[in-house]
Design a protein around this ligand. Structure first.
Ligand code: COA
Ligand code: AMP
Length: 630
């Protein structure tokens, strides 16, 4: 199947990145073309397209309208939870975005200011993102499923001048009022935004305070033009979970991002201008940023903004209905969503009522695509089922089967090969390359390609210490795995304590912070254990302070702990099981042995470090660890 195009592209991208990315950059319209493609004057801080000026919103909207796509639908908003469907053309979207940008400008937002967006899956979220891009303001979208503690940490770090929000999000079983969570988050933050723009939704209207202004008023403004930005200026900050409670502000630049996403849309995802594509994720995650919003719009494609679930809105046919309603050529979601469908409709009977003849590829990412789910989907759908591996940090795939460039055979359990631009290597503990077939740490030789993080928001030091310090000259992905004889990567999971629950990346640290805030908790640990449905689920282990008795107070404390995590981090943490234990296993220097506990819980042979302080603590926990409530 391979026509050699992949090998040639990959080879050139590594040996001559200037030629490769210089050519890709021609797909973007520049105000001033870049003077340098790869700027390696200040390693390890590599920059792309230095000297170039452009505007991301112009490339996503204005140029398409100018070139005759004004009447093409840009966004289909499909919302089974409100029982509405709306289609917005490129011309209409440009009109809304320019006017909302004018409104933000009237509120004092200028190039370089941060605007935090805390919204559900409504088209206004996309309008707000693009309006920021139009002004050169830096947006920071926070997933609507995060509760005040997570939201507040992001407000504190990004210091937004304005926050754009909506009165509520809608889950299948309940509405979630955003305003009380937002107010609580702002109260906790030392940074105070000047204004909150509120989109009122009829399901729950928000009471407005002094700094609040209505979306409907803001969007009445005179339209704003695009502001020229440097290719290296930030487009957005997207916070992601590390192992500590403090989220990492991933910075995305304008120029490299536009070039990489535009290239990926045709070469990886095989979606061309004018075609329709459906990504079922959330604008609060990187998949949503890249493949609900920016890549399809930069390409002049039509994107579906879906406010619903794979099941329960109303049933397991939801995705098939959306694909057939809009004639999508490809869809993208997390494997857990397919497991949800499989659980409810194991034989895929619900698919029969829909015409899926337009569908060429289904892309899955966000967590490992397990072979069972792959085979199930492959048997059901008459199209390629394509795993792709990446992270918030990279913004677009590191490994994939390049469906537009050179489709290759698919191997279950593997996201296929290294994407052009990424010199991926599997390294052993001392930094030597592992033999093919042997597992190690997956690292990427610097420089990373365009579109990937240049640094962390206002924290170069943490960028270097968190990603670049283990292997000199390499970016550490945090994932472990292997490369086989054919160059296919197998990504087996995180080597650190980052959790991945139903495709949502969560930090052990922030869940632990919520647990340890309870007055009865002396110390605690959170581990992610394997789960057939969500991939991983968190479990909490807590040691009580003296004076509390597990046999009398235990049930109450556990219920309060579960509620605390829901209220502080969000329901999305899915923490249901907390065990009260006599002690936690540690090394002599006091490091809690989370990995060892996780291995016991997963039924694996545990790696017990020689530096363990007291092995009997671990023995006493073994039975508790082996009983996960799924
Ligand atoms: N706002 C508020 N609450 C949210 C939310 C949001 N945006 N998203 C999820 N939640 C809540 C859910 O309602 C649920 O609450 P509950 O405990 O009261 O039932 C809780 O958080 C856990 O949510 P989730 O882990 O999503 O489980 P689920 O059982 O509701 O749904 C799936 C399971 C598989 C349907 C769902 O996880 C899914 O569609 N996953 C796709 C993942 C994805 O898009 N990943 C992004 C990267 S591609
Ligand atoms: P996020 O930053 O939320 O996209 O999460 C990134 C992490 O999710 C990665 O570091 C992996 O651990 C995991 N991940 C994402 N996609 C895949 C995939 N296709 N296969 C295996 N793991 C994946």
């Amino acid at each position: 199947m391979s026509n050699g195009a992949y090998a040639a592209a990959y080879e050139q991208s590594i040996s001559d990145p200037n030629a490769f990315w210089g050519k890709a950059a021609e797909a973007i319209e520049w105000i001033t073309p870049p003077t340098t493609v790869l700027d390696d004057s200040n390693p390890p801080f590599y920059r792309w397209f230095t000297g170039g000026q452009m505007n991301t919103c112009f490339n996503a909207l204005d140029r398409h309208v100018r070139d005759g796509r004004g009447e093409q639908v840009a966004i289909h908003h499909d919302s089974p939870v409100t029982d509405t469907k709306t289609s917005i053309t490129y011309a209409a979207l440009l009109d809304q975005v320019s006017r909302f940008a004018g409104g933000l400008r009237d509120l004092g937002v200028v190039k370089g200011d941060r605007v935090l967006i805390y919204m559900p899956m409504v088209p206004e979220a996309v309008v707000a993102m693009l309006a920021c891009a139009r002004l050169g303001a830096i947006h920071s979208v926070v997933f609507g499923g995060f509760a005040p503690a997570e939201l507040s940490a992001r407000i504190e770090d990004a210091a937004p001048k304005v926050i754009v929000s909506a009165s509520c999000g809608i889950e299948p079983t309940r509405t979630i009022a955003y305003k009380p969570m937002l107010d609580a988050a702002i109260d906790r933050s030392s940074h105070q935004p000047e204004h909150v723009v509120m989109l009122q939704r009829p399901q729950v209207e928000a009471p407005l305070g002094e700094r609040d202004v209505l979306w409907d008023k803001v969007i009445e403004a005179e339209p704003a033009d695009c502001v020229a930005v440097e290719a290296t200026d930030p487009l957005y900050i997207l916070y992601t979970s590390g192992t500590t409670g403090r989220p990492k502000g991933i910075v995305r630049d304008n120029g490299g991002h536009a070039v990489a996403l535009r290239w990926s849309m045709e070469n990886i995802y095989d979606v061309k201008p004018g075609e329709t594509w459906f990504t079922a994720s959330d604008v609060g995650w990187v998949v949503g940023h890249s493949y609900i919003v920016y890549a399809p719009l930069l390409t002049g494609a039509t994107t579906v903004v879906y406010e619903g679930k794979p099941v329960g809105t109303p049933d397991a046919s939801a995705f098939w209905r959306v694909i057939s309603d809009y004639g999508a050529v490809a869809m993208f979601t997390a494997p857990t969503a397919y497991r949800a469908i499989k659980r409810e409709d194991p034989n895929g009977e619900k698919k029969a009522a829909f015409d899926l003849s337009t569908l060429r590829n289904v892309f899955l990412a966000g967590e490992r695509l397990d072979p069972d789910t792959y085979h199930w989907a492959d048997n059901l759908l008459h199209c390629a089922i394509v795993d792709n591996w990446w992270q918030t940090e990279t913004g677009w795939p590191i490994a994939a089967n390049l469906r537009g460039l050179d489709p290759m055979p698919i191997k279950a359990g593997s996201p296929s090969v290294r994407v052009p631009g990424y010199d991926v290597q599997v390294l052993d503990e001392v930094g030597n390359q592992c033999d093919r077939g042997n597992e190690g740490a997956i690292a990427i030789k610097l420089p990373l390609p365009p579109g990937t993080l240049p640094t962390l928001w206002q924290d170069d030091e943490r960028y270097v210490s968190g990603y670049l310090s283990v292997y000199d000259g390499y970016y550490l992905t945090g994932d472990g795995g292997l490369m086989d004889e054919d160059g296919y990567l197998f990504v087996m999971g995180r080597t650190d304590d980052v959790l991945n629950v139903a495709g949502h990346r969560l930090s052990t640290g922030s869940i632990e912070a919520a647990l340890s805030g309870h007055p009865a908790v002396a110390e605690c640990a959170v581990i992610g254990v394997a789960d057939d449905f969500k991939g991983q689920i968190p479990r909490g282990l807590v040691v009580l302070k003296g004076g509390y008795d597990a046999s009398t107070d235990g049930d109450r404390i556990v219920a309060e702990l579960v509620k605390r995590v829901r209220d502080e981090v969000g329901a999305v943490a899915s923490l249901r099981q907390v065990d009260i234990v006599p002690a936690l296993p540690k090394t002599r220097s006091g490091k809690i042995l989370r990995k060892t506990m996780r291995e016991i819980a997963d039924g694996k042979t545990p790696t017990i470090p020689g530096t363990i302080e007291d092995a009997s603590v671990l023995d006493a926990l073994a039975d508790t660890l082996k009983h996960t409530v799924h």
